[in-house]
Design a protein around this ligand. Structure first.
Ligand code: PBG
Length: 350
């Protein structure tokens, strides 16, 4: 088959088949072609490596709560702790010293109610934690997760009526939450609720309040995933009844990811996130190809827990698997990776 004069196909698989067929057609074959030549010498191997992972790509999640001197280990997430506002600055300093540029904060409030008032309380755990961190380490970039599920008594991501989450009335509360985080000093809110229209309502509220230059990282493509299990234990945000399938995406859907990402971009998102990462590398790749903006991927709690569990059993090598996982997410197209591995990876990346 002659490929000359044919226009390059769009689909990634056809691009690959196209390039391979062009290569074979040019009659450069074994023994002339030996891909191993580029692999014998470690220096050359480094020189031709296609993907590189840097500590500047990493974002470390922190769990903040009320109380004094609290550093409560999270059972299913070895090495991670829930810590109180008064000690959070210590963690922030450690993270900064390791060269990690950013954190994302999750709050566990003292009181939960029907409307998640703790989320937008100017004196709430996140608002206070942001102030502490910014005071102690002003250079550390502080991202805040914007959702109501950790703050509602029922554990759902919005206001309920007859067991259903009301989309539009929830938007106002999300916008209020994002504004209160930014007012406290947060550098970038990250809405994770998956309500329709939340990016627009947050963008509008930030602009109205004089925060037009604050970017939004949207959890644009967030699947309804069983990989969030350990996080929900940590954040005490397991829904009291039902699930999150009425707003988070169906793991079977790929086309819909582009639709969600396009909508968020249109509404003013600056960075698009895909979540989870490992079982969704195809989605990361799709989003990266489709839009000309930075893409973030969330290497979630269950993905972290699995690697630790395997390593504890002595079945896999923790450090090697961790680095391969992070590299694969980067290779798929993520510019930024939110990961509980950030501290351990930073130590290895130097
Ligand atoms: C919602 C939120 C969740 C995660 C991040 N933000 C949980 C959920 O959607 O139920 C999961 C993160 C992880 O599993 O590491 N506030």
């Amino acid at each position: 088959m002659d490929n000359a004069g044919k226009s390059q196909p769009e689909n990634p698989i056809s691009v690959l088949v196209f390039s391979v067929s062009v290569c074979l057609k040019s009659t450069i074959m074994f023994p002339t072609v030996r891909p191993r030549r580029l692999r014998y010498n470690p220096v050359l191997r480094d020189m031709v490596r296609e993907t590189s992972l840097s500590v500047t790509n990493l974002i470390y999640p922190l769990f903040v709560t009320f109380g004094h001197n609290v550093k409560r280990p999270i059972q299913s997430m070895p090495g991670c702790v829930t810590e109180s506002v008064d000690v959070i600055a210590q963690s922030a300093k450690e993270i900064h010293t390791l060269g990690i540029p950013a954190v994302i904060l999750f709050g566990i409030p003292e009181h939960k109610d029907e409307k998640g008032a703790g989320a937008y309380d100017p004196d709430g755990v996140i608002q206070r934690a942001v102030k502490e961190i910014k005071h102690a380490v002003p250079e550390l970039f502080v991202i805040t997760d914007v959702c109501l599920c950790e703050y509602t008594s029922h554990g759902h991501c919005g206001i309920l009526e007859n067991g259903q989450i009301l989309n539009d009335p929830t938007l106002e509360l999300l916008a209020k939450t994002a504004v209160s985080h930014v007012r406290a000093g947060a550098d970038m809110p990250a809405p994770s609720d998956m309500m329709d229209g939340r990016v627009l309502s947050i963008r509008t509220a930030l602009d109205t309040e004089g925060f037009a230059s604050i970017p939004i990282m949207s959890y644009a493509v967030k699947y309804s995933s069983a990989f969030y299990g350990p996080f929900r234990e940590a954040a005490e945000s397991t829904p009291a009844f039902g699930d999150r399938k009425s707003h988070q995406m169906d793991p079977a859907n790929r086309r819909e990811a582009i639709k969600e990402a396009a909508i968020d971009l249109e509404e003013g998102a600056d960075i698009l996130m895909v979540k989870p990462a490992l079982s969704y590398l195809d989605i990361i790749s799709d989003v990266k190809r489709a839009f000309n903006v930075p893409v973030a991927a969330y290497n979630v709690s269950g993905e972290y827990a699995m690697v630790h569990a395997g390593a504890r059993l002595g079945w896999i090598d923790y450090e090697k698997v961790m680095m391969e996982v992070l590299l694969s997410i980067k290779r798929a197209g993520a510019d930024l990776i939110l990961t509980y591995f950030a501290k351990d990876a930073a130590k290895l990346l130097g």
